[in-house]
Design a protein around this ligand. Structure first.
Ligand SMILES: O=C(O)CCC(=O)C(=O)O
Length: 262
């Protein structure tokens, strides 16, 4: 499914939009199969502990390379959509493989991505977004993403620590929840959510029998060069991948990729 004018309008109105079947079942099955067998990903993954002590696992890296993950992140389809949203050339800030394991995958506390990126990484403008593709079905039971619809229009909210995670000021979150709708983003594998860096979002723990895996790529408007972050990719326009995700070589990620080390 292509990213349409209606998707763009919904994104600007609600702070997010879910595009169903953005990647085909075959494409997403290929990516998931590679990801679950990827020794490098499993070695480079680390835990994030939530406020109740449960852990959620992820691997995060910065630069694009010739791996299958980068082909998805730089695919013409995705970059085209992101550039419509940002109204300019897009840069790849980072990608992360989220592994919320059955029975024990921890929660993500309420936050705005720009809460981290402004405070810690020195991006002056909120010309940034995340794109999440579900690799397995995401349901309320396995801790799907939750969004406060329209909360991106509140602007940036103060953030402090919540467990090992940085969380938004809960007074503001609770007030927002009184006046704005709370949406649960139940998604099938291949569905893709585009969300504004100031939309308040969270997810509950995964206490179900089913894994919830997804890949999230963060994009920046290439002209929004951060004054703190050192990753050149975060302000280098992406050279879009125009090939076929199913027929090109599906290469694993290299151990030399610039992973975030915790
Ligand atoms: O996918 C999730 O469960 C939450 C991820 C998230 O909030 C984030 O990466 O900023």
């Amino acid at each position: 499914m292509n990213f349409t004018k209606e998707h763009l309008e919904t994104y600007h109105r609600d702070g997010y939009v879910v595009v169903r079947n953005f990647f085909s079942k075959e494409e997403v099955e290929l990516l998931y199969k590679i990801a679950v067998d990827d020794d490098v990903i499993s070695k480079k993954s680390y835990d994030r502990t939530d406020a109740s002590g449960l852990k959620t696992k992820l691997a995060l890296w910065y630069s694009l390379d010739d791996s299958i993950y980068s082909k998805f992140a730089s695919s013409e389809r995705t970059v085209g959509a992101v550039e419509q949203i940002l109204e300019g050339r897009a840069a790849h800030y980072h990608s992360k493989l989220m592994q919320k394991e059955p029975k024990k995958g921890g929660a993500w506390e309420w936050h705005q991505d720009y809460g981290y990126w402004y405070k810690n990484n020195g991006f002056l403008f909120p010309d940034m977004l995340s794109v999440l593709t579900a690799l397995t079905p995401a349901t309320k039971e396995n801790g799907c993403l939750q969004m406060i619809r329209g909360s991106h229009k509140m602007g940036r909210v103060e953030h402090g620590f919540s467990g090992e995670q940085i969380g938004a000021d809960m007074e503001k979150v609770n007030e927002a929840l009184k006046i704005l709708p709370l949406d649960y983003l139940e998604m099938d594998a291949g569905d893709t959510a585009f969300f504004h860096c100031n939309v308040l979002h969270a997810s509950a723990a995964n206490l179900s029998e089913n894994p919830r895996w997804s890949i999230i790529t963060a994009y920046n408007l290439a002209s929004n060069k951060p004054y703190k972050d050192v990753h050149v990719c975060s302000y280098t326009p992406i050279d879009a991948f125009k090939g076929n995700l199913l027929t090109e070589d599906a290469t694993h990620i290299s151990a030399d990729a610039d992973f975030l080390v915790k």
